[in-house]
Ligand binder design. Structure first.
Ligand SMILES: Cc1cc2nc3c(=O)[nH]c(=O)nc-3n(C[C@H](O)[C@H](O)[C@H](O)COP(=O)(O)OP(=O)(O)OC[C@H]3O[C@@H](n4cnc5c(N)ncnc54)[C@H](O)[C@@H]3O)c2cc1C
Length: 487
């Protein structure tokens, strides 16, 4: 069976390998010259930058995926557990979240009375939610409102705190502002506002405190390499620099796929390209299941101001993952979600993989990756970027306590217009759709098209959502759906 996969992000590569293994004759079309999508790698002057993901979480999801090929993670890369897992820079103190639970319990005891006990209880409920979801719902196709009546989900409703939000949940457990922020910050970097993110995502705290924060030696690009090698093994034909320009539909079936380099007549099409682009730009209007009004009504996840910096010196105060929470983040949220503008006092994330990995920077140098969540759809010009760059450098100098400007030997800014141009991202979003109440689980866009029989969707817009592990799970779901439909 001939199948086309549109887009070689983690979603596209992972579904292509699975379809290839299931006997399809797969062609994977990617508009950029490199594969990996948001998880691409950029190399410059001895520095190796992961362009997007830098947190390797939920290691068992990767194992689950590779098991389809009778492989394990260790067949592809060496995984290191980071300790400390990450460092948080608050204005009044710098705190490390350790790989050891007892250290974190002690830390929370220092943050507030009975902090250890409260943290343990909070993590227990987070673990319950995680295990409940992973046990069944995470790997299920929840397309469509009817799946709301899925018996597993109905039974789990109370356990998953479906109707409460993560801000309320952390307030219920903790008094300390710092304790609450430690448990909420990852939601922020995954594109959400804690006040509008279901409490079930508190499972993220189980993921980072209990399951650990890991790092594939050589960088997250190793995941893309692993997926590419599986594609090669199953004869997936990967064509880069080829953009899909149209899907021609007759009688509810795609009959041909137009590209910048000829056309194809596949039986099955899986799109990993950004969902709004696939629907609004590639399909005839009549066959769009989600039209412009639908996307306009959605809360689109933030874009990002991303800096890739090569420094000609080492920075001692940093660890691998650093979260800078120097300001009250309420104003930052408002500037993302309510009154879109460039954040005046941002919360941001700073990754320094050269702390643990000497393959990503020349000796004596530091590889720095900075992300500031910004509102999708705001103005992005070279002048604005440069001004913002200077502002960020100044703030980083304050946080790390030493000058940076003259030590920058490699510099690249990647922001809203690059997300839009490079990935066809709607409004330049970095990660797609937020995980709000109305955009999670069965409310996320479907894996299958209701209007086109041989069209499927994988990737971060679909259930279970944003992140590399989630894209792998989505691909497993889609490969199963294709198998059922075409067995
Ligand atoms: C700055 C940043 C930091 C992140 N940090 C983390 C992290 O630490 N941990 C984590 O797990 N996740 C992280 N994420 C999220 C994670 O990277 C994504 O959720 C995941 O990589 C999405 O994969 P995808 O396959 O759904 O989409 P994409 O990677 O966007 O893949 C889609 C592909 O389709 C291609 N395409 C689009 N239109 C066409 C067309 N018409 N024809 C052909 N090809 C097309 C695009 O070029 C792209 O390659 C981060 C993301 C960003 C941007």
């Amino acid at each position: 069976m001939e199948s086309i996969v549109i887009g070689a992000g983690v979603g596209g590569l992972s579904v292509a390998a699975l379809l290839g293994k299931n006997g399809h004759d797969v062609t994977l079309l990617e508009k950029n010259l490199e594969i990996g999508g948001r998880a691409r790698v950029w190399k410059k002057d001895g520095f190796v930058f992961d362009m997007g993901p830098s947190w390797y979480l939920m290691p068992e999801v990767f194992e689950h995926y590779f098991e389809h090929f009778e492989r394990g993670v260790k067949d592809f890369y060496e995984l290191i557990r980071l300790d400390p897992s990450y460092r948080i820079f608050f204005p009044e103190s710098t705190l490390d979240i350790s790989a050891k639970l007892e250290d974190n319990l002690e830390l929370f005891d220092r943050l507030e009375e009975d902090g250890a006990e409260k943290l343990q209880k909070y993590l227990d409920q987070a673990q319950d939610k995680y295990e409940y979801l992973l046990d069944g719902l995470m790997y299920e196709d929840l397309s469509g409102i009817l799946s709301m009546f899925n018996p597993k989900l109905m039974a789990a409703g109370w356990k998953l705190s479906i109707l409460s939000n993560i801000d309320g949940l952390t307030k219920k457990y903790f008094e300390s502002e710092r304790a609450r922020k430690i448990l909420q910050y990852s939601i922020v970097f995954l594109g959400g506002n804690p006040k509008n993110t279901p409490a079930l995502y508190s499972m993220i705290s189980h993921i980072d405190f209990n399951l650990g924060v890991w790092y594939p030696y050589g960088g997250l690009g190793k995941i893309v390499d692993a997926l590419e090698s599986l594609c090669n093994e199953y004869n997936v034909h990967i064509d880069t620099g080829v953009e899909v320009t149209g899907l021609n539909v007759e009688d509810k079936k795609i009959v041909s796929v137009d590209t910048t380099d000829g056309s194809y007549e596949p039986q099955v099409v899986v799109s990993n390209a950004d969902y709004p682009h696939s629907e609004m730009d590639l399909l005839p209007e009549k066959y769009q299941q989600y039209d412009r009004d639908y996307w306009e009504s959605k809360t689109i996840a933030p874009s990002a101001f991303v800096l890739y910096l090569g420094l000609n010196k080492k920075i001692d105060v940093l660890t691998h993952h650093n979260v800078i929470l120097d300001h009250d983040w309420v104003q930052h949220f408002e500037q993302i979600f309510e009154e879109p503008s460039w954040p005046d006092k941002p919360a941001y994330y700073l990754c320094c993989p050269s702390k643990k990995d000497d393959t990503v920077a020349p000796p004596g140098h530091e590889n720095i990756f900075v992300t500031v969540p910004i509102s999708p759809g705001i103005e992005d010009t070279p002048e604005i970027r440069e001004e913002y760059y200077n502002k960020m450098i100044k703030h980083m100098e304050k946080v790390i306590g030493e000058p940076l400007t003259d030590s920058v030997v490699v510099k690249r800014i990647f922001s809203l217009n690059d997300f839009a141009n490079d990935y066809n991202a709607y409004k330049g979003t970095a990660v797609g759709l937020t995980h709000s109440f109305r955009q999670s689980a069965f409310f996320r866009p479907r894996h299958t098209s209701k209007k086109v029989d041989n069209l499927y969707y994988t990737g971060q817009y679909t259930h279970p959502g944003i992140g590399v592990p989630m894209a792998l799970i989505a691909s497993e779901i889609v490969a199963d759906l294709v198998e059922e439909d075409y067995k």
